[in-house]
Write a protein that binds this ligand. Sequence first.
Ligand code: NAD
Ligand code: LMR
Length: 328
Amino acid sequence: MTEPINVVVTGAAGQIAYSLLYQLAAGSVFGPDQPINLHLLDIPMMMDVLQGVVMELQDLALPLLRQVVPTADPAVAFKDAAAAFLVGAMPRKQGMERRDLLSANVKIFKIQGEALDKYARKNVKVLVVGNPANTNALICSHYAPSIPKENFTAMTRLDQNRAQAALATRLGVQVDKVQNVIIWGNHSSTQFPDAFHATVNGKPVPAAVNDDAWLNEVFVETIQKRGAAVIAARKMSSAMSAAKAAGDHMRDWWMGTKPGQWVSMGVLSDGSYEMPKGVVFSFPVTINNGKFEIVQNLPINEFARGKLNATAKELEEERVDAHSVLME
Ligand code: NAD
Ligand code: LMR
């Protein structure tokens, strides 16, 4: 019998968690043979709502789900955590940039970093979803010095899924026929969705699209602004697709990527592709045995270099802003 693992979801009474928890309980992320205990963290004011979520989880009657622990105490939530989805944070409203959330949200990730450091397993895998996700992941890892830096990642998988779907629509193919699209940099409007190394049915996407102007302008801007477009339409930020992406990210981290395929994750930059060290930057990675490696030696043309530098600059600025908020 496999022992259950403790999986933390923060913001557990919120929108994204509502779609994410079912995937976790059903075995879509950690696999059909891995039982889980769900540790659900939210703020004290949300405990009644969270009780309703707990009732629904019980009513799913899913055999992989063992204990469910709702709590407002990070010490309880992060106890012996093997995996953590840090979702809980304020979402942006229409007209805001994700960076505008920094002063409201960065303090949450300091507190949760400290709690992870004290209470979680040292090999815990932490996925930061709450915005601004890259800089929140950086802050969280900074306050958890006993946990390796590579155990903290930020979610750009939603952008990857959006880019893959947009290319599939343009090419009139099923979405899984498009592979290896890359999201570089920040989960923000400076991100660079890069289709130049992507394939469709194994052939290069740029040749199949045969319209570099579309790829460089319309495609890039559509993906950069997709989160804002969803907010404008729904009056709330994306949740179902964000939860699916969080599940995809953690599943690939846990189980590994398929041969020849890579995925994008925000990871602490080691200077690859001449990007600054010490920011959480989204790179293409392959994953084996729970460890990711940044895909190296992809050719970067002048256009792409400009985009990479712009998103790196924003991340460096966010890092400065975050540290000044935490000094206040
Ligand atoms: P939501 O408002 O529906 O839920 C957020 C939940 O977090 C609420 O229940 C709130 O009480 C809780 N919370 C707030 N502070 C907390 C704390 N200190 N500890 C624990 N819980 C806390 O929001 P949502 O739609 O679920 O979005 C959550 C976050 O995810 C937002 O920051 C949003 O911008 C972000 N997001 C990121 C991506 C991505 O691709 N990286 C995609 C979508 C949304
Ligand atoms: C998204 O990409 O949908 C989320 O990050 C929410 C937002 O603020 O755009």
